[in-house]
Design a protein around this ligand. Structure first.
Ligand code: ATP
Length: 296
């Protein structure tokens, strides 16, 4: 039996720079795992045929059948390594769903790491990432964790220094956002990205400032293109951001395609107080910290 943390991710920078003929979008993003996590326990019993059993606690809305990415990851993994047997997966769900925090991708990545360990590590991390990419663009990042510069359609992954340690508040309120819907809104606004958007070096500026430990400077350059379209339809996004800044956040921004929002704080007390305020408003809110890569 193996239990893996499945950490949520936030995007410190997220720009969509183009759209391919097949509809996939080219990104430039800085992703960072945070300590808010699901716990994924996997058991593997080799036998003549494959059967997946998935159960969960913490969120009854999460599918527990083959619609669950973690389930599909288990099937894909066994097929890839030519093994058969019963896989039992238990997900203790804490990450809000459809929130731009990559909860599903992180659960799937945790299953891939756990099964690879239980099967004697036949796949290298690179091979595991290539396998994960077949299930979802965020999964290779979620296999590795820490900080990454992500380019292409999510397949270009360059590990970078993790964000300097700081208290973070991650919060969301209201309805979830479907990532394809959010991309559709960006497509409308940007004429289907018929012209590639000019690329800036802002992501390099952020990475350099963070490498030098100048988090406040880095925060000035945080950016998320989805803020052009999602807050207009999800008014809680701007309310949560305003509460975070009023409560002392150095900066606050939406993560991924939203609607979750994160705030960067310079002290634990402010972060804890804001978290309480947001919960009193009815939001799901968590104090957490940036994480390093998963141990391989
Ligand atoms: P991303 O940013 O990667 O698009 P997200 O964080 O916005 O993802 P998820 O929490 O991964 O969104 O959920 C998106 C949808 O995926 C959910 O509505 C749910 O039906 C489905 N899903 C499948 N497996 C999972 C899982 N293990 N955890 C959460 N949602 C899952």
């Amino acid at each position: 039996m193996r239990t893996e943390r499945a950490n949520a991710k936030i995007n410190l920078y997220l720009d969509v720079v183009g759209r391919r003929e097949n509809g996939y979008h080219d990104l430039v993003s800085i992703m960072q795992t945070v300590s808010l996590c699901d716990l994924v326990t996997v058991d593997f019993y080799p036998s003549e045929s494959t059967r997946i059993v998935l159960s969960a606690s913490g969120n009854s809305a999460m599918p527990t059948d083959c619609r669950n990415l973690a389930w599909r990851a288990a099937e894909l993994y066994l097929r890839e390594v030519g093994r058969q047997g019963e896989v039992r997966i238990f997900i203790e769900k804490h990450i809000p769903m459809a929130a731009g925090l990559a909860g599903g991708s992180s659960d799937a990545a945790a299953v891939l790491r756990a099964l690879n360990h239980l099967c004697g590590s036949p796949l290298s991390t690179e091979a595991l990432c290539a396998l994960g990419a077949r299930l979802g663009a965020d999964i290779p990042f979620c296999i590795v964790g820490g900080g990454s510069l992500v380019t292409g359609i999510g397949d270009g992954l360059e590990s970078v220094e993790p964000m300097p340690d700081c208290p973070l508040v991650v919060a969301c309120m209201g309805e979830g956002v479907s990532t394809p819907w959010a991309y559709g809104k960006l497509d409308e606004l940007h004429d289907n990205f018929a012209e590639d958007r000019p690329q800036t070096n802002t992501h390099s500026v952020i990475l350099n400032e963070m490498k030098e430990g100048r988090l406040s400077e880095a925060c000035k350059h945080f950016f998320n293109l989805f803020e052009e379209v999602v807050p207009a339809e999800q008014p809680y996004v701007n309310r949560l951001k305003a509460e975070m800044v009023a409560g002392g956040a150095i900066c606050s921004m939406m993560s991924g395609s939203g609607p979750s929002v994160f705030g960067v704080f310079s002290n634990e007390d402010d972060a804890a107080a804001v978290c309480q305020t947001l919960r009193a408003m009815g939001a799901s809110a968590f104090v957490c910290h940036p994480c390093a890569k998963y141990p391989i």
